[in-house]
Design a protein around this ligand. Sequence first.
Ligand code: GDP
Length: 332
Amino acid sequence: MTVEADTLREALLTGSRRALAKAVTLVESTHPDHRRAADALLEGLPDPSNTLRIGLSGTPGVGKSTFVEAFGMRLCERGTRLAVLAVDPSSARSGGSILGDKTRMERLARHPNAFVRPTPSARALGGVAARTRAVIRMVEAAGFDTVIVETVGVGQSETEVAEMTDLFLLLLAPGGGDELQGIKRGVMECADLVVVNKADGALMAEAQRTAADYLGALRLMRRRRTDPEGFPKALTISAVTGLGLDRLEEEMSALIAWRRESGVFDRLRVLQDQAWLEAELRALIDAKLRDTALSDLRAELEAALRAGTTTPRAAAERIVASLFSTDRGSSA
Ligand code: GDP
């Protein structure tokens, strides 16, 4: 096992795409042996502190794939090695995927400097965020210096993506007026740059108004200790014409340069690892809860609950007690 992991790690570190594909498959597998191999592989990876992890969120239709393709092509043409990963909460729940369409970002996907990973399969329930973190480490080991982690702005996943990246972009479409397009406050609080897309043609003026509205809203928020003066910012771009992409890149570079210099970058990386531990812990406990070994006890307790002879709290405590006692002595 470890010999295999060592061989695979060596191949990964030379930048082999085959090794990368295999490593990612191991992480996404539900087979315990595969997961153990993935862990053994991850243990020996070099320090990734010189990479950049960019989070990107936006509701379906705002232009995420158009933007990633345009922005990604610019980076790749300049020699950046870019990996694009997706966290799609809809795929884990329903088996369908908003982000998983293979025809997305066709040009970028074919570029030799790019690695575009479609949404992980829905087979493995839970732990999508934990697995994505492992995949980030693997693409970095394979020499991808920039990683974009994309998610759909429909719930909890934005916060998770913000917790695994160094910089978070919230992509919006023009319009939405005062309601600010139903973007939840928690998501706004994660954003380092609010980027209003489609600033072209007839939508230009409206895009500028929207960016100004958001800038106003951002100004009302408490200044974060992770930011230099003036951040978070709101700006306009067009993923189609390329307008505003230079400015966006400048702002991203300025923010990251400041964070690196001030030590914030390293502190955020420590927090990312802590959040990863939390995510693994939750995924592991979730998996144990679904384990068939517990199903008899659960059925019994549910019957007791219906009969009124126990309470939900007491039943939960018995399940948790059983959860930990069945594991004693096992190394899994
Ligand atoms: P996603 O669902 O967020 O990935 O959005 P897509 O990238 O698939 O884009 C949704 C629609 O918006 C498509 O019809 C795109 O052509 C269009 N679109 C994306 N970016 C722009 C832009 O900068 N300007 C204009 N006018 N349309 C855009």
